[in-house]
Design a protein around this ligand. Sequence first.
Ligand code: UTP
Length: 268
Amino acid sequence: MKIRKVVFPVGGLGTRFLPITRAIPKEMLGIIDKPLIHYAFEEAMAAGIEQFILVTRHGKNSIEDYFDYMFTHSRHFNIKMGSVCYVRQNEPRGLGHAVLCAKNLIGDEPFAVMSADDFILHDKSCIGEMIACYDGSNMAAVATVPREEVSKYGILDVESESGRLVVAKSVDEKPSVDAAKSTHAIVGRYLLSPKVFEVLINLKPGVGNEIQLTDALLEMIPSTGLTGFKFEGQRFDCGSKEGLLDAILHVACLDRSLKCVIENFRGN
Ligand code: UTP
């Protein structure tokens, strides 16, 4: 099934990176020489996505400035005029609310959602691989996480598994270690039915007093289904300091001169 549009929610506060996120959006933090949002954009382009919708807010203007520059000066961003647009999230009320802000720009077709702070290092586009398997049910990328980390994620209750696909019978946002039904954790790549907007618009705030996308996915399981996609490649939680540093070190190791710097540091 063709997916033409992607939503990049970039309206979060980035509190785990304070104080730098007072002035620099989390999505503009760099892995060596490119910001996180650049990598996510490349992953979407490699998947054949044609329209790019950034849900932004006060203090995030540098993202727009960055892409203005890249679209004019970089051969890598060879996209059609008018294929990038920005919509505002007036206040950070959660990922589900950010997705809802893109409703009028999506219309009535399935679409992708990508969180730039989940950086996936792989030679194939993760969202592209998801699109290749997409059958119209809601789909989320899933990683197996250590049990002690389940309370950071949306966790699937598994009905059945076949190859890279996991059919969920339920999903729980940030469960306790004891309550978690599996260690299949949702990470920031989704393919969603446009029916999600009808659910999000009526959804009450959930965990953290935020409108949770996971709660909408749960409500839609009887009508639309929910499939987890076990992706390949290494995923880094660049919303955390540890994850960002780990990603920087891994990308640096792909470059001979930067790898030498790391080896010298280790030798000291
Ligand atoms: P996070 O859960 O990492 O939240 O958001 P955050 O606010 O960015 O960071 P912390 O937890 O305070 O450190 C996951 C993704 O959803 C976006 C974020 O920008 C990030 O890409 N988001 C989150 C929004 O766009 N709007 C929101 O209201 C919340």
